[in-house]
Design a protein around this ligand. Sequence first.
Ligand code: ADP
Ligand code: MG
Length: 286
Amino acid sequence: MTTSETPAGLPGAASDTAGPASAGPASARPVLELSDVTKTYVLDGVEVHALCGVSVEVREGDMLSIMGPSGSGKSTLMHIIGLLDHPTSGSVSIEGQNVVGMTANELAAVRNKRIGFVFQSFNLLARTGAQANVELPLVYAGIAAPERARRAREALAGVDLGDRLKHTPSQLSGGQQQRVAIARALVTNPSIVLADEPTGNLDSRSGIEVMALLQSLNAAGITVVVVTHDANVARHGKRIVELCDGAVVRDSQVTDRIFAADEIVQLGMNTAAGASAVAPVEGAGE
Ligand code: ADP
Ligand code: MG
């Protein structure tokens, strides 16, 4: 894998998106804009200020790591960016569209079209095969069965699991389950992939494979946001935003970026997942 690969057919896979060492070019358009976002939870009458005025702008083609200790507000921020939760105050825009004040249905529509999610615990349906798990977002999007099957198989082939279509999660390794989850995140052809501790439940080799996949998606033009408490995982991104007690304490470009494809070579890992580019999902995103 080279970081300059830009398979055709992926959203934003234009020649002017970020190059290998570039970090969210200033000329790229903003895909995410958070301004002075707060989130206050009230639990048994006690207020918990999970986010206290967070402003972050993420441009197309960036790979951002959100880092911070446990309880610093990372997941809360991820839920707000992913339109899974409302901020208490402040504004959130996705691709120039202000989402504050949207109804639940409107939010779901934006979410399904624009955002792919990857979670620490994979969140796959346990008694359901890989292909059917990947098809699920397309069921919600109202895509007809033959087209769903075609796109799901293509997405699974793109994460090197084209030969595991019927396997249920318990018949797959942790790394394979996370790759199914990545295929599910990609099958709707989103412009942004959000990953919350995507390597948290994996051994280090599987974690490297997952980071290789996320980097290859980003090289193909998808904006990637990874939430992690692990500084090494964070260094796979182009930029790190550090949270502490619900506030941004640092926002910096990564100067010593780790490329998972290099780690795979160094470890002599015999894996196609890190070596192959992610296959474009044709016809997705309409
Ligand atoms: P992180 O992901 O960095 O570990 P979180 O965003 O999960 O942090 O949590 C930030 C703070 O908000 C913590 O103090 C946590 O206890 C609190 N918190 C998170 N979710 C809720 C909730 N649903 N109700 C009340 N407090 C919450
Ligand atoms: Mg968390």
